[in-house]
Design a protein around this ligand. Structure first.
Ligand code: PHE
Ligand code: ZN
Length: 882
């Protein structure tokens, strides 16, 4: 397969476009084999740029005709570009008409116009519009769109595009048409069309300002009963953005359409969001609590883009975090606000931080490390990363911390006042937040704060305390540093808000000690007076900055924080640190047995049995740090050793607390009629963990009662969360009943694609016992329900093994890596974006101990040796080998 030449795109090379496109009239004759696209544009030279040829982007298009002001014209093609040199030299507007065809049914990349289960969809972000027609495919060119769709009426009864439906009717030969006008100018990456046999759940709403809107969720006919939660989430999103940021819906009609073939989660096309089915469809029989929560947050995320991304968009793709970091921040805040009370908010915060630390910290320490606003790329699709999204969100969160919640809302208002309708930069955003809060720490430190956008790497903050008993004075010294990343050897100090407080050893918070210290120098001292005895510092409360906090906590200090800290995040963090200390000590010692001591086990028992703590919070505390997180703390990683030690810890936690787990299960398993709210989903999560632990303990004790109960639960469960948790408990403990349960599960859900994805993922993610997972994965590749062409299915099997199951993937015989390299190459021929994501599974190979390190390098080199790799995979593997 071909790709354009490997060119490095640099942020510093940004130049305004030589032409503006004011309006576009598109006419589609939709046909899977050959779709005809007529594109009539009204253009104008940009008077601020020297006169030059017009170069339009196009990819895999068949060009039939080019007319300028209705006349034939000379043109040439240069690589993927269409070049027009003899255009009118005056700056008056002119018409350009381009007629092309493309083949949607052959489009396996799922970028541009493609067919999924007989329905047409488009995906244009980041550079997919050029696969539909020739265009200035860049986000700073904003145009008005009028779109006419024509297609066979029987096969494609529903014809959708952005904006308002202004006309529709029948045509000859069983065809029909629909004409859509988008009232808002937009960059072409927000264009969308959908055509097929779909049905919609509809809802009419009246906004606070009295405006009426039609909301629609379109799905395949059998799926209508799974759209209620998505619609509720959409209504909640609209209400939230009005209440929190005074941002109303600016459209008469807002549509969501679900497709089962999608590279990402969802896409915020103006007025016509396209979603992966995974983030729309839910019923209690088929979706878990986690699915419900994800749907809420992704529906929110795409809706919030309507302002942060669509009304104000990015000047260029280096500014991607302008919309993504900000919109992730908004969806996180939305979920937190909906969760309700402080403890439920903390649970959401812990979950978000866990994602950041297990996925983004490794990225920031590996070969693909890049700043939140990157300086260069080869393939922009490779920069839809946890750094741009999740770390970007933390950078926005810190701006809120440094200006207050109200101050930040004022900053948002100023941002829209200044930039509505524009394509802008991350600088413009931070400037608006700071300008609206002139006396804030953000305004005082803005140039330095913006290093969060330009410097890659996870900063480290080392803390030391000194207690002077005679003077009753406690001095805290905080030192920051940041490791080098590719292309950035030296880092300058960051602005780091550190929320903290002091506790006395008995757990009482020292009055007046809580504050947010803003670090801006390499070293900062904080002095507390009137401290009656040596305190325990609670540092980085709420995870107030995306940094690694180093402090040499004693067990006693951690136990105090775990039991008493007023900050729930740090209570959880203390539990994680206690577990991590034990994991690291055991890994270093070479022994594997009994990593956990009585002090730790008693502390966990106390949390589990605590009369006041929420079930959801208990579940988080009692879940050990992941293998990936543990591995990140090591200089050299032996993945099998990490796996063995963590499994030993789990086994011990299961066995020693088995009566407590039984108690916890009995207390929490009955949650009444299914509702996906925070309280009942927390109870299900804890009951699920308890079952998993009881099945694990049964391995040691030979107990048959709990596995039997678990199997019964699997069969009787009234909702997918309980059913799946029971199934997972049997599979993860390697119990003999797992086989039969897996078979039943498949038989029950053979027509539910999203449930089959879970079935594949569970088996590929199973806890490895003597290398048994890889053969199972290979066998599953031959299963009639498996296909590489559907990204969700490919991810459910291959990614669950390669990227999410380190204990099974890293094999001394290198067979996991060989399997990985074969799949990367196989996928690359079909869908380079998905292949490049899989390619990242070996990002951290340089940290591996032998023989893994050598074998991993060889596998990457084998991929890199393929001559016709996509730019996507080439960029990832060449950075890995650099
Ligand atoms: N912009 C989408 C989002 O985060 C993500 C996306 C990127 C989807 C590229 C498709 C292609 O909301
Ligand atoms: Zn987004």
């Amino acid at each position: 397969m071909r790709e354009g030449q490997t060119t490095v795109i640099r942020r510093e090379d940004y130049a305004a476009p030589a032409y503006w496109i004011d309006s576009v009239e598109l006419t589609f004759d939709l046909d899977p084999a050959k779709t005809r696209v007529l594109n009539k544009m009204r253009l104008r030279r940009n008077p601020e740029v020297a006169a030059q040829a017009l170069k339009l982007d196009g990819e895999e298009l068949n060009l039939a005709r080019v007319l300028v002001n209705g006349q034939g014209t000379s043109f040439k093609t240069e690589g993927d570009q269409l070049v027009l040199e003899n255009l009118p030299t005056v700056t008056d507007a002119f018409d350009l008409e381009i007629f092309t065809t493309c083949a949607p049914e052959k489009n396996s990349k799922l970028m541009g116009l493609y067919v999924s289960q007989g329905t047409f969809f488009t995906q244009c972000e980041a550079e997919g519009f050029r696969r539909i027609t020739y265009f200035l495919d860049r986000p700073d060119v904003m145009a008005s769109y009028t779109v006419t769709l024509r297609a066979d009426k029987k096969k494609y009864p529903v014809l959708l595009s952005n904006g308002n439906l202004v006309e529709q009717g029948d045509l000859d030969g069983g065809r029909h048409y629909a004409k859509w006008v988008d009232p808002h100018k937009k960059p072409c990456y927000l264009f969308a069309l959908v055509a097929g046999q779909l049905v919609a759940r509809e809802q009419r709403i009246k906004a606070r300002n009295g405006r009426e809107h039609l909301l629609q969720v379109y799905v395949r006919p059998g799926d209508l009963d799974k759209t209620e939660h998505a619609m509720n989430s959409l209504m909640a999103s609209i209400a939230w953005d009005e209440a929190r940021f005074k941002l109303p819906l600016d459209l008469d009609r807002f549509m969501i359409v679900a497709t089962s073939d999608f590279n990402m989660g969802a896409m915020e096309n103006k007025g016509l969001n396209v979603f992966n089915t995974k983030f729309v469809l839910a019923s209690q029989a088929t979706a878990t609590d986690v699915d419900y929560a994800n749907i809420e947050s992704v529906v929110g995320h795409e809706y919030f883009h309507n302002w942060t991304g669509n009304r104000v968009t990015c000047r260029d793709w280096f500014q991607l975090s302008l919309k993504e970091g900000l919109t992730v921040f908004r969806d996180q805040e939305f979920s937190m606000d909906l969760a309700g009370e402080a403890s439920a908010r903390a649970v959401k915060r812990i979950e978000d931080v866990r994602v950041l630390r297990t996925a983004q910290f490794p990225e920031d320490a590996g070969p693909m490390a890049h700043p939140v606003r990157p300086d260069s790329y080869i393939e922009i699709n490779n920069f839809y990363t946890v750094t741009v999204y999740e770390k970007g969100s933390e950078v926005v969160r810190m701006q809120q911390t440094l200006t207050s919640r109200e101050g930040f809302a004022k900053g948002m208002a100023l941002y829209f006042q200044r930039h509505d309708g524009q394509a802008v930069t991350c600088d413009d955003f931070a400037q608006a937040i700071a300008d609206a809060n002139p006396s804030s720490e953000l305004a005082r430190l803005l140039p330095q704060f913006k290093r969060w956008y330009s410097q890659a790497g996870t900063p480290q903050v080392a803390a030391r305390g000194h207690y002077d008993a005679a003077a009753q004075r406690y001095t805290l010294t905080l030192t920051q540093s940041c490791p080098p990343t590719p292309g950035q050897a030296e880092k300058l100090p960051f602005v780091i808000p550190v929320a903290l407080g002091l506790l006395y050893a008995d757990g009482l918070e020292i009055p007046g000690s809580a504050r947010t210290v803003v670090l801006s120098d390499a070293q900062t001292e904080v002095v507390f007076e009137g401290v009656a005895s040596e305190p325990v510092p609670s540092l980085l409360r709420g995870f107030s900055a995306p940094v690694v906090l180093r402090y040499d906590y004693s067990d006693a200090e951690l136990l105090t924080l775990l039991a008493h800290d007023s900050d729930p995040f740090n209570r959880w963090e203390a539990g994680q640190r206690l577990a991590l200390k034990r994991a690291l000590a055991t890994i270093a010692s070479g022994a594997t047995e009994q990593p956990l001591d009585a002090a730790y086990l008693d502390a966990m028992r106390a949390v589990l049995r605590h009369p006041q703590l929420d079930a959801a919070f208990k579940e988080l505390v009692l879940t050990l740090p992941s293998e990936t997180y543990i591995a990140e703390q090591l200089e050299v990683v032996d993945p099998q050793r990490v796996h063995a030690v963590r499994e030993a810890m789990r086994g011990q936690l299961a066995l020693e607390l088995r009566e407590d787990w039984a108690w916890a299960y009995e207390q929490h398993h009955d949650t009444g009629a299914y509702r996906p709210d925070a309280v009942s989903s927390g109870r299900r999560a804890l009951a699920g963990l308890a079952l998993a632990m009881l099945c694990l303990a049964a391995r040691e004790t030979g107990d048959v009662v709990w596995p039997g109960k678990t199997y019964q639960r699997f069969k009787d469960a009234g909702n997918m969360t309980d059913r799946f948790n029971a199934l997972a408990a049997l599979v993860q403990s390697g119990h003999a009943l797992a086989r039969d349960a897996l078979q039943r599960f498949h038989a029950l859900f053979k027509n539910e694609a999203l449930v089959l994805d879970k079935w594949f993922a569970l088996q590929a993610g199973a806890s490895d016992r003597g290398g048994d997972v890889l053969p199972a994965v290979k066998q599953l590749m031959k299963h009639p329900d498996f296909t590489l062409k559907n990204p969700n299915r490919a991810r459910s099997l291959i990614f669950s093994y390669c990227s999410a199951n380190p204990g099974a993937f890293h094999r001394a015989d290198a067979a996991g890596y060989v399997y990985w390299s074969e799949r990367v190459l196989e996928l690359d021929a079909l869908n380079p974006q998905v292949a490049a994501r899989l390619a990242r599974a070996l990002d951290r190979w340089k940290k591996l101990a032998e023989p893994y390190r050598h074998a991993a390098r060889e596998a990457i080199a084998r991929v890199a040796a393929k001559p016709d790799l996509s730019n996507d995979v080439r960029e990832v593997v060449s950075r890995a080998l650099a």
